[in-house]
Design a protein around this ligand. Structure first.
Ligand SMILES: Nc1ncnc2c1ncn2[C@@H]1O[C@H](COP(=O)(O)OP(=O)(O)OP(=O)(O)O)[C@@H](O)[C@H]1O
Length: 286
């Protein structure tokens, strides 16, 4: 089967928040194993939404529409439970700490947070603590945003994922931490065949880091290319100027037409019946 060769495969996806018109309409994407794929696009183009869908946080379509490692991102919960699929997104910055998306109240040390994750290879844990220069005595409610972010990243990487989804997680990191982390990710892809999708607006040092580039505009896939083969990169000084040119020359995409009427809420189902609607309410139980 063709899908087996891709770490991520999206076929004809449609997604809308609540009863709004679809952000994604007939959206398809393939990402191969070992890729370090940059996901770029203007603010509001759908990067976070796409990553959250890939992370299994929204139910979209049927089992075959959004596949990660050839399993359904939403339905096959073992992807996340076994650590094969990891997602690093929303910042903990406004919370003391966090267990997934649940904010924690209280005085926790970095050690308490990191060593609270079970079933972890101690060598990998030590490596990450060292890489991210984490002081285990840090009190999570007193550290800086960047220090808190390091603990969040460390916890998210403790299990050796096969697919890692990153939603601009390096934004609070200093340049040394950022570059060290990018090197670590590269090593993970090259040595273990891990696949990384990284949504970012910061392109420093990424020309030689990324293998693939996906550009979306208003939920539409505009480009999906191998980075070394990107023609614009041959005539531009860097990736920043390539992406800047793309975003500056964006013209309004004709509004996508919803193909489904807003579902009538049926008595038998509190959530309506359309398989295309967002099912965030279900994600809350995960
Ligand atoms: N929870 C939500 N409910 C309704 N609409 C939403 C929700 N989250 C995002 N949107 C809308 O979906 C669209 C895509 O948002 P998304 O956050 O995916 O964009 P993005 O590309 O990640 O943007 P940024 O670069 O600013 O992070 C935007 O128009 C946004 O207003």
């Amino acid at each position: 089967m063709e899908g087996e060769s891709n770490s991520i495969q999206v076929d004809g996806m449609q997604f809308s928040y609540d009863f709004q018109s679809p952000i994604f309409f007939d959206f398809s994407l393939k990402i191969s194993p070992g890729s370090r794929c940059l996901l770029v696009g203007a603010n509001g183009s759908g990067k976070t939404t796409l990553l959250r869908i890939l992370a299994g946080k929204h139910m979209v379509g049927g089992r075959d529409v959004v596949k990660v490692l050839n399993f359904s991102a939403f339905h096959d919960t073992h992807l996340v439970c076994d650590g094969d699929l990891a997602y690093l997104g929303e910042s903990w910055s406004k919370n003391v700490g966090s267990a997934g998306e649940i904010p924690l109240q209280g005085d926790f040390s970095a050690e308490h947070m990191i060593f609270g994750v079970e079933g972890v290879d101690p060598v990998r844990r030590e490596k990450l603590i060292e890489l991210l220069d984490i002081d285990l005595q840090w009190r999570m409610h007193k550290v800086s945003d960047g220090q808190r972010r390091r603990v969040q990243i460390c916890m998210g990487l403790l299990h050796p994922y096969k697919v890692l989804l990153l939603d601009e997680v390096t934004v609070d990191l200093d340049v040394v931490a950022r570059m060290d982390l990018l090197d670590f990710f590269k090593e993970e892809c090259e040595q273990r065949g891990a696949t990384i999708v990284y949504a970012t607006h910061i392109f420093d040092g990424l020309e030689s880091w990324a293998t693939d580039l996906v550009y979306i505009q208003d939920g539409v896939l505009k480009r999906s290319e191998k980075l070394p083969e990107l023609p614009e990169l041959k005539s531009s000084p860097n990736l920043l100027s390539v992406v800047e040119n793309w975003l500056r020359s964006e013209t309004t995409i004709e509004k996508k037409k919803p193909v489904i009427a807003p579902p009538k809420v049926q008595k038998s189902s509190p959530f309506g019946s359309s398989p295309f609607q967002s099912s965030r309410h279900m994600a809350y139980f995960r």
